[in-house]
Design a protein around this ligand. Structure first.
Ligand code: 4AD
Ligand code: MG
Length: 438
């Protein structure tokens, strides 16, 4: 018999069907046993009249909740049943995998254990429908990203994660033994996506792993995450990159709302708002003034803003423009990497931006410096030696168009989209300074 999904039961009234799923609840009464069976599409009530088959009744009585089962039975229309007004009259049962008891924790208990404990048993945690939906949405998010980009002539690339030189801060670098020498885990595809511009690809994207040896314990940092990166050629400034990103995000949100808007409202309590175009843009100098006028105290003198500042500028933008997204632009050179292009009209500022969504940084982007002499000068100013990055500097010696791009953290976008407070709940398996298992 072919498996029927629980969502399709209504079309099978009075037929015998085969269901596969998990035993969520077992109620063993005197004459009758009720089994609530769950599959990724829903839950159904299965009833077994014990006198019909005493041996089977005994087997069922021993089942642990969350066992994996295959069940056959007849679908009965019964308005009295709370679950979809349907009941399955049990005919036979196969225990594919019994669940030991007690469970590490009951994913359906009213109060759940701490997030750290749930990480130890992540597969139990992921059995909750809200988590299943999370990854269905994430799948569509990635599909929609690729749809937008492929429609707009972007090429997808896969760049090495084993690298010989850091591309971002040397402080957040994982190093490892690589035969007779040292290698590093890529902190960003930055250099290679720029190489694609020197390769004449003009527009590229990559969705792949990124590693950061960041020792901090926050609700938004991981040591390994999925980076969503793009790079495009022949731009006039970072404005072209922002315009491209906002259209792309608008498309992604539109696709998600179409397909999952109702389910997201039901499971996450979030009424998904498709961000309107254009997103507000605020130069950093102005953002810092706005923040100061609201009582925010800068943590450093370099012109950066901290997470509290990010939240406050988001609150300002929400009040003033009723928008959840804001591009903070024109960051000072002191807080930007050497490869960001400087503004010709003010060399202390870069042609760069961060995208803040609901108070969280989800993207950093910029126009890159493609003139090799200027790039070398900026590298020297940042104290970098040419030798380890000579291959990178060479990209700009044989015909490389002006270009720019951005990097976005997938898990951070998902947090913002679905209103998830902690990045650990926003990724299949979390990696942090003290978390390597499972
Ligand atoms: O801001 P970041 O460090 O920028 C870059 O990597 C540049 N190469 C991007 C560019 O094209 N100019 O990282 C990009 C994004 C951040 O905005 C954030 O969303 C995410 O990656 N991110 C992290 N996500 C989870 N855990 C971490 N430790 C993250 N660090 C950055
Ligand atoms: Mg950043």
């Amino acid at each position: 018999m072919e498996r029927t999904l629980i969502k399709d039961l209504r079309s099978k009234i009075d037929q015998t069907v085969e269901l596969k799923g998990w035993l969520q609840v077992l109620r063993d009464q005197k004459k009758i046993q009720f089994l609530i069976l769950r599959d990724p599409t829903g839950a159904a009530q299965v009833a077994h009249w014990k006198p019909n088959n005493e041996a089977l009744a005994e087997e069922i009585a021993k089942l642990g909740t969350e066992s994996a089962l295959t069940i056959t039975g007849k679908v009965i229309d019964n308005p009295v049943v709370k679950l979809n007004g349907l009941e399955i009259q049990l005919e036979s049962l196969i225990v594919d995998n019994n669940a030991e008891s007690p469970l590490p924790f009951d994913p359906f208990a009213e109060t759940l254990p701490t997030i750290d404990y749930r990480q130890d048993w992540r597969y139990m945690d992921l059995r909750r429908p809200v988590n299943n939906l999370f990854f269905q949405v994430e799948t569509l998010v990635e599909l929609a990203m690729r749809e937008y980009w492929t429609k707009n002539n972007f090429i997808e690339i896969h760049t090495p994660k084993l690298v010989g030189a850091p591309s971002e801060s040397g402080a957040e670098l994982f190093s490892l033994d690589y035969f007779e020498r040292k290698a590093y885990l890529a902190q960003s595809p930055q250099f290679y996506k720029q190489m694609a511009m020197a390769s004449g690809f003009e527009r590229i994207f990559e969705i792949g792993p990124v590693f950061r040896a960041d020792p901090s314990f926050t609700s938004r940092h991981m040591t390994e995450f999925t980076g969503v990166d793009m790079e495009m050629s022949w731009i006039d400034s970072h404005e072209d990159v922002m315009a491209s990103e906002e259209q792309w995000l608008n498309y992604v949100y539109t696709r998600v709302k179409e397909q999952f808007g109702d389910a997201i409202k039901e499971q996450f309590g979030v009424d998904l708002v498709i961000p309107t175009l254009p997103f507000p843009r605020i130069p950093m100098k102005e953002a810092v003034e706005i923040l100061k006028s609201r009582g925010w105290v800068p943590a450093d003198k370099k012109g950066d803003i901290d997470p509290a500042g990010e939240r406050d500028i988001a609150a300002y933008v929400k009040e003033k423009y009723n928008h959840d997204f804001v591009f903070l632009t024109d960051w000072p050179i002191g807080v930007r990497p050497f490869y960001h292009m400087r503004k010709p009209e003010d060399e202390t500022l870069t042609r760069s931006f961060d995208l803040i969504a609901c108070g969280l940084e989800i993207t950093t982007g910029a126009q890159r410096e493609h003139r090799v002499e200027v790039l070398q000068k900026q590298a020297t100013e940042k104290g970098l030696h040419f030798e380890p990055i000579q291959f990178y500097l060479d990209f700009f010696r044989y015909g490389c168009p002006p270009h720019g791009g951005f990097g976005l953290g997938l898990a951070r976008l998902m947090m913002v989209m679905l209103g998830v407070g902690n990045i650990r709940e926003s990724v299949f398996l979390f990696r942090g300074p003290t978390r390597l298992i499972p």
